[in-house]
Write a protein that binds this ligand. Structure first.
Ligand SMILES: Cc1cc2nc3c(=O)[nH]c(=O)nc-3n(C[C@H](O)[C@H](O)[C@H](O)COP(=O)(O)O)c2cc1C
Length: 192
């Protein structure tokens, strides 16, 4: 739990190594409901989430890692495969992240739709953190391979797959992280 709402935002950091317990069902309901409050031009609700837990995680590991190996990715050495499988076996919940593409929408360009989905994922990350859990967004595990997204029931003509959120209890104390000074990223335009 975090002290103030603003502290909740600034103290969030990604935690890759996660264990059980995952958020309880009522907490997961709150986390996913938070995603529905993302800004969304045209009320397209382009975000889609696929829950993967229990035995389905080992099945996902098989499908994703086989697909990555078949794709010929040289980074998928036997050692890497072993470590990814080990990591996945300890994470109690994955959420597959997908974006429903509204092709040729006359009012809302695709980049705006994608931003709405990104904002919904950010709400999930923040809500997860506010409830005292850890999360990590990964675009490994064959995210960009069509067969992986199709295996999750997401037709690649209709959906763009955006990766997985690993969610659970941090395996170690959450270290503080130094964030950049916002002034490096902000200018003021005075109209002159
Ligand atoms: C769309 C997206 C995909 C990412 N994919 C990966 C990934 O595959 N592997 C990885 O190590 N980090 C990945 N990251 C970065 C981590 O999720 C995390 O943001 C990063 O480690 C910084 O931690 P922080 O969120 O505490 O600043 C990704 C981030 C985003 C936004």
């Amino acid at each position: 739990m975090t002290a103030t709402p603003l502290h909740a935002l600034t103290s969030r950091r990604s935690m890759k190594f996660l264990r059980a317990p995952a958020p309880k069902q009522e907490e997961l309901d709150q986390i996913l409901q938070a995603a529905m409050s993302a800004p969304d031009h045209g009320r397209l609700r382009p975000w889609r989430f696929v829950l993967i837990r229990g035995e389905a995680i080992a099945r996902l590991a098989d499908i994703a890692l086989d697909a990555v190996k078949r794709s010929g990715d040289p980074r998928m050495t036997p050692e890497k495969e072993k470590s990814v499988r080990q990591w996945m076996s300890e994470v109690p919940l994955f959420i597959g992240l997908a974006h429903q593409i509204h092709h040729d929408n006359p009012k809302v360009p695709e980049q705006e739709q994608l931003l709405a989905t990104g904002a919904s994922v950010m709400n999930i990350l923040n809500a997860t953190h506010m409830l005292g859990y850890g999360a990590f967004w990964s675009t490994g595990m064959g995210t960009y391979l069509e067969e992986v997204q199709e295996a999750l029931g997401l037709d690649s003509l209709e959906y763009r797959f955006l990766g997985f959120l690993a969610i659970g209890t941090p395996a170690c104390a959450v270290p503080q992280v130094e964030r950049p000074d916002y002034r490096e990223f902000v200018t003021e335009w005075t109209g002159a």
